[in-house]
Design a protein around this ligand. Structure first.
Ligand code: KIV
Ligand code: NA
Length: 265
């Protein structure tokens, strides 16, 4: 089948076809996500939370992101693989941002990078784009700035922050980003942004008026019970399913039920 490119995503928007995006951090999961037909596979720095167990996305390193990304790239045949630049790998200056992006592209084989922020990182985005690396923006609730925000509540509810977000989104389009993620902002504002730019807007907690949706795969599969924001739809309760299966296995070993006569050589 045809490979998804940054061009196909922009075409999807102009044809009114919604874009599906999910995270993946390893080979086996990425294979399933890609085979199921998800358009964009994000190697998110949410790996810091769901893979490594950190409380925030800040601790994950560029080397660790490259390890996750290269595992995902080996599995994916159709989807566009986008990789988050982790905290600390692009904020200090545009040269470092480009160096980090080049490492991701070269060492993992991914197709694009994602950076959090607007005009503060405009020079970095331009430099990365000038090197021929596609860039996805990320505005609204940007988890790498959690210690500035203080909470994970909805962003851009006030006029001033909403205005800046619209300006930032238009800037991202103008410099040449191929898409932008909007996280946890009012649905009306997200729709307004999506209507005002020609590149796809992918939402998470940003309502249905945008051009596509993204979720963290562990959340949508119900692998954890604790995280329950309003925007999360759980398609499975894998936490329960897996716990049942694994405790059954443990019990079968204890009772010598496993292995049986046909399960040995
Ligand atoms: O890291 C991540 O999973 C993300 C998505 C939630 C957009 O950035
Ligand atoms: Na992220």
């Amino acid at each position: 089948y045809k490979r998804i490119t940054t061009k196909s995503l922009i075409e999807m928007k102009s044809n009114g076809e919604k874009i599906s995006m999910l995270t993946a951090y390893d080979y086996t999961m990425a294979k399933i996500v890609d085979t199921a037909g998800v358009d964009v596979i994000l190697v998110g720095d949410s790996a810091s939370n769901v893979m490594a167990g950190h409380e925030t996305t800040l601790p994950i390193t560029l080397d660790q992101m490259i390890y996750h990304a290269s595992s995902v790239v080996r599995a994916v045949e159709r989807g566009l693989v986008v990789v988050d630049l982790p905290f600390g790998s692009y904020q200090s200056d545009s040269k470092e941002a480009l160096r980090s992006s080049i490492r991701i592209m070269k060492e993992s084989g991914a197709h694009a990078v994602k950076l959090e922020g607007g005009k503060e990182i405009k020079e970095s985005i331009k430099k990365i784009l000038n090197a021929g690396i596609p860039v996805m923006g990320h505005l609204g609730l940007t988890p790498q700035s959690i210690y500035k925000f203080g909470t994970y509540t909805v962003r851009a509810k006030e006029e001033e922050e909403a205005e800046k977000l619209i300006e930032d989104a238009q800037m991202l389009e103008k410099v040449g980003c191929f898409a932008v993620v909007l996280e946890k902002i009012p649905a009306a504002l997200a729709k307004k942004v999506a209507d005002s730019i020609s590149i796809p807007v992918i939402g998470i907690g940003a309502g249905g008026g945008v051009d596509g949706q993204v979720l963290v795969i562990h959340d949508m599969l119900g692998m954890n019970n604790e995280f329950s924001p309003r925007f999360l739809r759980r398609y499975l309760n894998l936490y329960e399913e897996m716990t049942k299966a694994i405790s059954q296995y443990a019990a079968d070993v204890k009772s010598s039920d496993f292995p049986n006569a046909s399960e040995q050589y």
